[in-house]
Design a protein around this ligand. Structure first.
Ligand code: KIV
Ligand code: NA
Length: 270
């Protein structure tokens, strides 16, 4: 997989491509598309596990799905997203939870929804050899505090805060920064200011890279966020296939002769 050093060096020159995956076959497809970074996002909570938000996702779930993705991935950098309250409560516990994603699950880095509380933690993790991707702007784990999945950094004060935190996390050693649902001009400014690559989602065209949730990108989500674009219509394709299966079984056209094997030895008996 590309090292975090290789990703870091893409800032300002090459576009970083990142997409989520939560299982092995999806990771294989994403990797075949030549994606640089596969994020095992806690968006898995909504996209794959049936939760209403990302908050219930556990460290065990994240480790298990990261393992599945890492087993299927050879080229891309696998980043494990740290779930709600798996970090930030207590440093020793945070470090162990993050370390587990590398030591047991096969990730190459972790992502932390960042804030003033993750600056020291980021520095500690990097010192220990656990690369950190920072994440500012809309941080969905704070949905209850924010009052919804609303755009962030829309006032001068809020924008300054994001810029300051971006610098603080770069200084703490983060190798890249996700900017989610912030004004495009703020994202462009942060991208200009930082040496590490910014990876945007709902943050305009001027970040160093882009990330989307797999289900949104392929047209599988029922209610994608307003800033996502579907590059396919997988949901319709799946529905078409499933309707076809049901119809074929009900009408008796499946299984057909070519799917059935008659055993000659039983011919006399039955
Ligand atoms: O969980 C996730 O998929 C994410 C990306 C949208 C950045 O955090
Ligand atoms: Na996430």
């Amino acid at each position: 997989m590309p090292s975090v050093t290789a990703i870091r060096s893409m800032a300002g020159s090459e576009s970083v491509t990142m997409l989520t995956a939560y299982d092995a076959p999806t990771a294989r497809l994403v990797e075949e598309a030549g994606i640089d970074i596969i994020l095992v996002g806690d968006s898995m909570g909504n996209a794959a596990l049936g939760y209403e938000s990302t908050l219930p996702v556990t460290v065990d779930e994240m480790a298990s799905h990261t393992e599945a993705v890492a087993r299927a991935t050879e080229e891309a950098l696998v980043v494990a997203d740290m779930p709600f309250l798996s970090f930030g409560v207590e440093q020793a516990e945070s470090v162990r939870n993050c370390g587990r994603m590398l030591k047991e699950a096969g990730a190459g880095a972790v992502k932390l929804e960042s804030g003033p509380h993750t600056v020291d933690l980021t520095e500690r993790l990097v010192q220990l050899g656990i690369p950190v991707m920072a994440h500012l702007g809309l941080t969905p784990q704070r949905v209850n505090e924010l009052g919804g999945y609303t755009r962030q950094g829309t006032t001068e004060k809020a924008a300054e805060e994001i810029l300051d935190l971006a610098h603080a996390h770069e200084d703490a050693g983060a190798f890249s920064l996700v900017l989610e649902h912030v004004p495009a001009n703020l994202a462009a400014h942060v991208t200009d200011e930082l040496d590490i690559p910014t990876i945007g989602i709902g943050a305009g065209p001027d970040c160093d890279g882009q990330v989307l949730v797999f289900h949104d990108a392929v047209g599988l989500s029922e209610s994608p966020p307003p800033f996502a674009t579907a590059f396919g219509n997988v949901r319709e394709e799946l529905q078409h296939a499933l309707d076809g299966y049901v119809e074929a079984v009900e009408s008796g056209t499946f299984p057909a002769e070519e799917h059935s094997h008659v055993e000659d030895a039983l011919d006399e008996l039955y």
